[in-house]
Each structure stands twice: as structure tokens, then as C-alpha cells.
Design a protein around this ligand. Structure first.
Ligand code: HDC
Length: 282
């Protein structure tokens, strides 16, 4: 479909997002609209997309669709305009890219271009993969069939050597309750009855919140990046600590995030291509 969905945001949305991925009151460029360097974290680019509707129905794509069984699998996000506007009227155009039948699970890939509604300029591009447990076996292709952007499917691999930088950040028990207000009101992140049916004892953290925490670590150490790609390899619970390990290789920061309390991976296969000539302003 070529129908886009509108989403308007301003400094309040930007500050909320920055706080919801761990910005502190002392990070003035992230939390104070009158700061000379007031800015959206680059990963804000996932927010306009998330606030727009899909024209397709999951029930029509996969078998026995249940929203309780859906997990965010991977995310690619590209910032197409710098500096990122801190106020904008946007329109996002969705496109279904691929549906893969993994036998026990289904994987659905979709792409979203977000444009400035006034100028028509591209602001962000997102490619999202969702993993739906129990929804496979519908006779679909077991392998991806779509041709996708190279950076969106990059198989980033953490090097063997020690990371160049490590950042640890404890999430708050209330992190998901706050992150929801960016637009992802999925009950999986707040309602214990819902998350129980999904197989979790307590509501889990949004994948995009973990992405935001790890990407903030990349941004604070290396500056703005023009795109990033991650795989959500394991569940994170609000209150757990994320350790983000980073390796700079050429113009790319490879990274991964681990849950400190369990030692289990949260984000793997991740990389961000840095914006040429950019310096962190924080
Ligand atoms: O990796 C497992 C897992 O639990 N990951 C964490 C998921 C998570 O916590 N996500 C974030 C929270 S959910 C969320 O935020 C939802 C949000 O509110 C809504 C987002 C909606 C966006 C809407 C846009 C339309 C799990 C369960 C995903 C997979 O684990 P296993 O079943 O053990 O899989 P495994 O045996 O390792 O591999 C089987 C095949 O699947 C592929 N695969 C594995 N992890 C994947 C993945 N594919 C995509 N994303 C992942 N994260 C493997 O490569 C393997 O494929 P193949 O058989 O071809 O080798």
C-alpha cells in the first residue's frame, strides 16, 4: 500500500524517549529543550515508525497468530537526515518485505520509510523482523526470499579481541512502564497476565528499549551513527543490567549487549556505521 500514516512529535516526545532509554537529568542535551545542543538520540528514528499502522493483518500472513507469542527479532534503523529534527510532522510508508516459515515459528519482515510531511524529505528508514512462536508450518518458504538492503542484513560478528569500550547500565524496574509511552503499548511489557500466556513470569522489556540503551552507549562513546542493526537474542527483564561491549572496526562500531545478572546475551550481531566526521556532543 502507498498510504502513509502521520505522526507528529515535538521536544516533549524527544525528551520522553531519551529518558526512557536511560538519559539522566545531568545529560542536558538530551533532557533540556533549552540546552544549546538539545537533540534526539539517533535511535529516536524507531519512534515515528512505531506509531504508524500496518496495512496488513498478521492473521492473513501466518498460522494461528497470537500477539502473546510475538517477539521482536531484529531491527535495522537508518537516519537519513542530520541533524535529526526535534520537532516534526512525519508520514511513514510501510512495506511488507518477507514472510518466512521456520516450521515452529514464523518470521515477518517489514520496511518503513518515514518522511517529513512538509518537505517530503526522508528522515528515517526502519526494517523490522518479528518472530512469532507457534505460528509456523503454513507451507511458506523456510528461507528468506526477499532481496534486502545490505546494511539491513549485515552479519556483524563481535571480534575475538577485548572490546575497545564497555558500558554497563542498570535498567529500572519501571523502565518498560516508561518506555511504553513512546507508543509501544504491547501488554507483554506491563500486564503480568498477558506475559504469563506468552511464557514469561513477569512482563519483559521492549526490544527497542534495550536497543536504545545499547545505542546510547555507542553514541556517547563514538558519536552519531547513520544506521544500526541488531538481533534481539534473549529476553531482558526491567531492572536487569545491560553490559554493552563495543569494538571499532573502520567506520563501524560492532557491539553486543549481555544481561549482567544472568550472563545471557540480549543483543548480538549488532553494528552501527558512524556518520563521517561526526563527534559526540555529550
Ligand atoms: O532469540 C530468541 C529470543 O527470545 N529473543 C529475544 C526476543 C525479545 O526479547 N525481543 C524483545 C522483546 S519483544 C518486543 O519488544 C515486542 C514489541 O512490543 C513488538 C515489536 C513489534 C514490531 C512490529 C512490527 C510489525 C527467539 C525466541 C526469538 C528465538 O529463539 P529460538 O527459538 O531458540 O531460536 P533458535 O533455535 O536460536 O533459532 C531458530 C531460527 O530462528 C532464527 N532466529 C533466532 N533468533 C532470532 C531469529 N530470527 C530473527 N530474530 C531473532 N532474534 C535463527 O537464525 C534460526 O534460523 P535458522 O533455522 O534459519 O538457522
Amino acid at each position: 500500500s502507498s498510504e502513509g500514516t502521520s505522526f507528529n512529535y515535538d521536544d516533549r516526545d524527544v525528551i520522553l524517549y531519551n529518558l526512557s532509554v536511560g538519559a539522566k537529568r545531568t545529560d542536558l542535551p538530551l533532557v533540556y529543550e533549552n540546552s544549546d545542543h538539545f537533540q534526539a538520540l539517533p535511535s529516536y528514528g524507531v519512534v515515528p515508525w512505531f506509531n504508524t499502522a500496518n496495512p496488513w493483518n498478521m492473521d492473513d500472513l501466518v498460522k494461528d497468530f497470537s500477539p502473546m507469542m510475538l517477539l521482536h527479532g531484529e531491527q535495522y534503523m537508518e537516519v537519513r537526515k542530520f541533524p535529526i529534527p526535534t520537532t516534526a510532522n512525519t508520514v511513514t510508508y510501510p512495506k511488507l518485505i518477507d514472510v518466512v516459515d521456520k516450521g515452529n515459528a514464523a518470521v515477518v519482515v517489514a520496511g518503513y520509510t518515514t518522511k517529513d510531511a512538509k518537505t517530503g524529505e526522508d528522515l528515517f528508514y526502519n526494517e523490522s523482523t518479528v518472530f512469532i512462536r507457534g505460528s509456523g508450518g503454513f507451507g511458506g518458504s523456510p528461507k528468506p526470499t526477499a532481496v534486502r538492503a545490505k546494511a539491513a542484513t549485515a552479519a556483524y560478528k563481535a571480534p575475538q579481541r577485548q572490546p575497545d569500550v564497555v558500558v554497563e547500565e542498570k535498567t529500572s524496574e519501571d523502565q518498560a512502564a516508561l518506555y511504553r509511552l513512546n507508543g509501544d503499548r504491547n501488554p507483554l511489557h506491563i500486564d503480568p497476565e498477558f506475559s504469563k500466556v506468552g511464557g514469561f513470569k513477569t512482563p519483559i522489556l521492549h526490544g527497542l528499549c534495550s536497543l536504545g540503551v545499547a545505542a546510547k552507549a555507542v553514541f556517547s562513546k563514538f558519536g552519531p551513527y547513520k544506521n544500526l542493526k541488531v538481533r534481539f537474542a534473549g529476553v531482558v527483564l526491567p531492572g536487569q543490567t545491560l553490559k554493552t561491549e563495543m569494538w571499532k572496526e573502520g567506520n563501524t562500531v560492532l557491539f553486543q549487549a549481555t544481561v549482567v545478572e544472568t550472563g545471557k546475551p540480549a543483543i548480538t550481531g549488532a553494528g552501527a556505521e558512524l556518520l563521517e566526521g561526526a563527534k559526540a556532543k555529550l
